[in-house]
Design a protein around this ligand. Sequence first.
Ligand code: PLP
Length: 393
Amino acid sequence: MRLSQRAQQVAPSATFQTAQRAQELQAAGIDVLNLSVGQPDFTTPTAIKSATITAIQANEVDGYTATAGILPLRQAIVDRLSQTQQVTVTPQQVVVTTGAKMALYALFQVLLDPGDAVLLPAPYWVSYSEQVKLAGGQPIEVDPTADLKVTPAQLEAAVTPKTKAIVLNSPQNPSGLVYTPAELTALGDWAVAHQLIIVADEIYGELVYDRPTPVPSMLSLGDKIAAHTVMINGVSKTYAMTGWRIGYAVGQPDIISAMTTVLSHMTGNAAAVSQAAALAALTGDQTPVAEMKAAFQQRLDRIYPLLAAVPGVKLNHKPQGAFYLFPDVSAAMAMKGITTTSDFVAAVLNEAHVALVTGSAFGLPGHVRLSYAADLATLLSAIERLTKFMTTP
Ligand code: PLP
């Protein structure tokens, strides 16, 4: 069967692949410590589940909904932006999607014509480049500075008349870095000057440490920047709701309306039951979020110095958000005589039984991503195994 060129040019998600290999080893009875998956290890808070069960029993979630999502949920998103970011938008500027992933997919579908370019500051989340390609666009990687951030000067060197958009993800997956408001403003001003759309992926926006939360949304940095921004968010990471599949986009009404039209032929609407759950999450007690955040921070504080002390592992900065560490392992690879990052990750999985994700999947080989959305005992034991792996000839 000859598959379409579109299908052939898309790489499978590296995170899912690693997780699958880890599961195979686990099925063979091997005790694998899986630090490859990008989801909280907590369960969805009980109050959210209870509210959802009530909605099911009241027959509120049996039918299709509006493609853009139920109005109370879009209103809750509007209210949240107003309360936490002092940003004023209307429900017409919001579309609810099947996970943030689908929001991004629909956005690239409505933005890009064949050959249009999208700037992706590396390291970047695996799906951006594949989704850009699926929309006929060209992903353009932009190498970061040593602190893994990108500056307007670096973007200036990569921009062409074909450039349509730039993706900014802060807090960032895979590095956990958080841009300062001044840095975001400089990047936003640069994008406005070039008439680019800013795809602001703020899915980890509530998971920030060592600073007052939340960090400013791109939508809060003045009217000009806001007019060029489509903000992507969702409930997956903040509320431990990855399986419920609810994300959303907020932006100018013409873009949101075009995304809604595309989505009307793709998903129809995000699952009604999950929308009820997301509504309960956004409007309910936020204590569970604070508790999960505190747990992530405690783990980060504990494991950061230990990981940094593993021979050959270099951590240039302590992450301030999300739940990932993204060390430079090029020295470790050299010590082990391994040349590719994928081979290094395979060796760590097969010999130390710790599952990590290769930095190549994020546009930055020589690094690995480790998720600390796992309990502390697992994390400590994984670092012990890594240390043994590195110190055993
Ligand atoms: N954006 C980033 C940076 C992510 O890391 C993820 C999930 O891994 C998503 C978007 C997609 O999230 P969702 O589960 O809502 O589709």
